[in-house]
Write a protein that binds this ligand. Structure first.
Ligand SMILES: Cc1cc2nc3c(=O)[nH]c(=O)nc-3n(C[C@H](O)[C@H](O)[C@H](O)COP(=O)(O)OP(=O)(O)OC[C@H]3O[C@@H](n4cnc5c(N)ncnc54)[C@H](O)[C@@H]3O)c2cc1C
Length: 471
């Protein structure tokens, strides 16, 4: 029997439940970064079905010096769930119970492996809303959403996943089961440990369950689509929405390159001069949504070459169209390297133009789209996947993009996290003292560095200084 077979047999005995497979399960060795060539290797894939099972597994792995990688739906864009040091992938998909759902109190407690779409659907069936709406909701899991602090279009009004978590149950790296927070809507008792685990990308422990806050679903949704001939007027319109105190539930944009990839399928006819599109969503009671849509239309009208209000019935098809952008851009050259940077909203135009300039510098087609109201861009550089030189130029371009974001007063990740891909970019944004704090927290919980190694923190402290704006 090989060492790997022995490990699988041992883990099965430790787990007592669920399955343990050997490490040769391709689909558990990568996430959504596969097209960037990111694939790992593992000794075993474990599928616990209870918190007690996770705790037994983790405790055993820690005692035997075996690295562990928590895995949700595997839709991450940062390589966070990719096992890079071997060891055990802990797949949470077998933990898929909704532990409690009390619609009258707007709250739900779910195992970490429940999908985002299921939480949203359950809420909807009771007239409620779980606002976080990251794009791969059918596959992504609540545990993964919390671990990445996922966003999505509606984060502009409603905030990112962490805003909807009131409590977390987790298994810490050495196997202790802890619960912080719970069904109460506020709790000032302890340090904000749920906040610490939120966005920790599986480096501080395995989230096994969460208490989620819901709200009554808005009665109506009205969309406004506006198109402009250039980035400057489009971004001016985004800023005008904010300056006028309007609060759309989503405020999205597509630049000319992103638009070119999907213009043919747009449900609204766009003139060839359209080079920047804004989608703004108004929600609330029917009267409030209608009134807000009217105000949005007034503000977005300046310089617009198209301005249309879209009713609730057509809104779904426009959102479906918006969801196709990432895939359509990818298919143009077979692959893309995307950054998920965020800048202060008043610097959005510079970041969008900067994306194009960087693309030009590295001889790559480039475009961006994203959550305009949040200043969050998905800046993308198109590459042919089998062209190694082009791919390397793409890697340089995304590094330049990270530098640009920081120099504009922004951050290297708005919502996808750092994972494996951006760990070496962290010192562009975060100073040595701050990295030391992060390392101390990691060391306090995981002194042997076995929980999701090589993620979130840089491998060295080499600091590349980027001039940040002052004031
Ligand atoms: C088509 C598409 C559209 C997307 N759109 C968006 C978007 O709009 N907004 C957005 O923010 N993201 C988006 N994403 C990225 C991705 O869906 C999110 O990051 C999501 O939150 C990842 O969840 P997951 O369950 O797939 O996690 P995984 O990919 O499995 O893991 C992500 C990270 O979380 C850790 N992790 C997973 N589960 C746990 C757990 N239970 N405990 C501890 N750590 C855990 C992993 O170790 C890893 O570091 C999109 C991805 C795709 C493919």
């Amino acid at each position: 029997m090989t060492a790997q077979q022995l490990l699988v047999r041992e883990l099965q005995q430790v787990l007592r439940e669920g399955r343990v497979l050997d490490g040769a399960q391709h689909e558990y060795l990568h996430d959504a970064t596969l097209q960037r060539g990111i694939i790992g290797s593992a000794d075993a894939i474990a599928f616990p079905t209870s918190t007690a099972g996770v705790a037994r597994l983790v405790e055993w792995c820690y005692r035997h010096d075996v690295p562990m990688v928590p895995r949700g739906g595997g839709t991450g864009f940062a390589g966070g769930a990719v096992p890079v040091e071997g060891g055990v992938v802990v797949a949470l998909e077998g933990m898929h119970d909704v532990r409690s759902f009390e619609p009258w109190a707007w709250r739900l407690e779910a195992d970490a492996g429940v999908t985002t779409a299921r939480v949203r659907a359950l809420a909807r069936q009771s007239g409620l809303l779980f606002p976080p709406d990251p794009g791969a909701a059918e596959q992504s899991q609540i545990g993964g959403n919390i671990a990445t602090n996922a966003g999505g279009p509606h984060a502009f009004k409603y905030g990112v996943t962490g805003s909807w978590v009131t409590g977390i149950e987790a298994v810490l790296p050495q196997g202790q089961v802890v619960t912080f927070g719970g069904r109460v809507r506020k709790d000032a008792t302890t340090l904000n440990v749920p906040g610490l685990l939120t966005g920790s990308e599986g480096t501080l422990g395995i989230i096994t369950a969460a208490w989620l806050r819901l709200i009554p679903a808005p009665e109506a949704v009205v969309l406004v689509l506006a198109a402009y001939e250039d980035v400057t007027s489009g971004c001016r319109a985004v800023q005008a929405v904010i300056e006028n105190g309007l609060v759309p539930s989503a405020l999205e944009y597509l630049d000319a390159g992103a638009l070119a990839a999907v213009a043919r399928t747009c449900p609204i006819e766009l003139p060839p001069t359209a080079a920047f599109v804004i989608i703004a969503e108004a929600d609330g009671t029917t009267d409030a949504a209608t009134a807000l849509a009217r105000e949005l239309s007034d503000v977005l009208a300046d310089d617009a070459v198209v301005l249309e209000q879209i009713s609730a019935t057509e809104a779904a098809s426009l959102w479906r169209w918006r969801d196709t952008v990432s895939h359509a851009v990818t298919t143009q050259r077979g692959g893309k390297l995307s950054e998920d940077v965020v800048v202060p909203v008043e610097r959005l135009a510079e970041a969008i133009e900067g994306t194009l300039a960087i693309g030009e510098r590295f001889d790559l087609s480039a475009c961006s789209w994203g959550h305009a109201g949040d200043g969050n861009l998905h800046s993308s550089f198109l590459v042919a996947v089998d062209d190694e030189k082009e791919r390397l130029r793409g890697e340089s371009a995304v590094t330049e993009m990270a530098k640009l974001a920081v120099s504009l007063g922004g951050a290297i990740s708005g919502e996808h996290g750092v994972g494996l891909l951006k760990r070496e970019h962290l010192p562009l944004q975060v100073g040595t003292a701050e990295i030391d704090v992060l390392r101390s927290i990691k060391a306090a919980l995981d002194p042997h560095g076995l929980m999701n190694p090589c993620k979130k923190l840089p491998s060295s402290q080499a600091r590349e200084v980027v001039d940040r704006p002052t004031g």
